[in-house]
Design a protein around this ligand. Structure first.
Ligand SMILES: [Zn+2]
Length: 405
């Protein structure tokens, strides 16, 4: 409606202009050499208009001819770009589907259309990796690592390749570069943790985790590598702060206290943990090094007083009595341990020993163990890293009587 009104208005204006020009009086004379051209004013204005119109049209045509090669190139470029994008999309889908041959073909196509564009290079790298072409993948990831926006992905790929080749030195370098490219990335931290664990560099590993069980286990391990008891004690405190009464940490703290000449502090630490969660490791750390069997049997009484009747308390009393030759005491406490219903074979082993049966005929070496949360492997000795699955902080004491998870 508005457009129609505008059109009518324009038409009226043009008509008025034509009417005004048509009604112009006088004439126009042009001299060109010996020629003289005379015409009326309206005709001269019309002629001028036609010349201007022709001039504009000629200029337009010349411009189009001049720009034609560029336009064609832009059109072809857009077409190649679109084809390259389709190849990239298909390549990514092929990688997700695990189809290495298709991924390689699409990567080749993407490279043909997009050249060394970062996405085409990434596709080439991932396709090579999927195909097991380590050298090809490394070359492509190296190209990517030089790209401003994509260098994290480049170093990530190179780190994976280095780990695959067990080249831990190169892996550490790429981890540092990845951290530099994308500071604070969770993935990078996990990789650096893995590398530190492989290198048995527990103090570095400790700085790379915040998970409480990992902190506790790695702090104990780092304390074991400490040069002096003061540092060892500092690490043990980090461990018990993360997981209170964590037996390996309490044992480490007790050892460090003893090395510093603080025997009372050592015994206090063990006693505190025994009150909360008795454990054979703690029992071993309780006794003064070099004590006689009889001294140990007496000393055990002080330990179990904070948690009387517990199966581990009865077991300590039975074992130390057996070692000291106090048969009646040993039998009484072994029987009490069995009566709790939680004996894992150790109390029965003590009774068997009292009856002169050879070791191993009873149920000794039973169910108590350090059990891995991750792989459920059971091991007699605690370790910061599960010997089966190599995960840190996964070993937990499965007390007698507790069901297998
Ligand atoms: Zn494990």
């Amino acid at each position: 409606m508005l457009n129609a009104a505008k059109f009518l208005l324009l038409l009226a204006l043009l008509l008025a202009l034509a009417w005004w020009i048509g009604g112009m009086p006088g004439d126009v004379t042009a001299h060109a050499g010996d020629y003289v051209i005379t015409t009326s004013t309206p005709a001269a204005v019309l002629l001028l208009f036609i010349i201007a119109l022709l001039f504009t049209v000629v200029l337009r045509v010349l411009g189009s001819v001049y720009r034609a090669p560029k336009s064609v190139a832009a059109w072809r470029g857009a077409k190649r770009q679109a084809a390259g994008e389709v190849a990239t999309q298909r390549g990514l889908v092929a990688i997700a589907a695990g189809d290495a041959a298709a991924a390689r073909a699409e990567a080749k196509r993407a490279g043909k259309y997009l050249g060394e564009s970062p996405l085409a290079v990434l596709l080439r790298a991932e396709a090579a990796k999927l195909s097991g072409d380590v050298a090809g993948a490394k070359a492509a990831f190296k190209t990517l690592a030089a790209h401003k926006e994509m260098r994290f992905l480049g170093h990530r790929g190179l780190l994976d390749a280095s780990l695959g080749e067990a080249d831990h030195e190169a892996a550490r370098r790429h981890a540092a570069n990845a951290e530099d490219a994308y500071p604070g990335a969770a993935w990078t931290r996990a990789q650096r943790l893995t590398l530190a664990l492989k290198a048995r560099d527990y103090s570095t590993a400790l700085g790379l985790t915040r998970e409480k069980n990992e902190v506790a286990a790695l702090a104990v391990a780092a304390g074991g590598q400490a040069d002096n008891p003061r540092d060892a004690l500092r690490y043990a405190k980090i461990a018990t702060k993360a997981v209170p009464d964590f037996a390996p940490a309490v044992v480490a703290a007790a050892a460090a206290f003893r090395a510093l000449g603080k025997n009372r502090a050592a015994r206090k630490a063990v006693l505190g943990a025994w009150r909360g969660a008795p454990n054979p490791l703690l029992a071993a750390a309780w006794f003064v090094p070099g004590a006689t069997p009889l001294e140990r049997a007496q000393d055990a009484l002080e330990l179990v007083a904070v948690n009387p009747g517990h199966v581990e308390s009865e077991l300590v009393l039975a074992q130390t009595a057996l070692d000291a030759g106090l048969s009646a005491e040993a039998r009484r406490h072994a029987t009490a341990a069995i009566a709790t219903g939680l004996d894992d074979g150790r109390a029965q082993g003590i009774l068997d020993a009292l009856e002169g049966k050879p070791r191993g005929t009873g149920r000794s070496g039973g169910r108590s163990a350090w059990l891995c949360d991750a792989c459920h492997n059971a091991t007699a000795q605690w370790a910061a890293i599960c010997p089966a699955c190599e995960k840190p902080g996964t070993l937990h004491w499965r007390a007698p009587g507790t069901a297998l998870v």
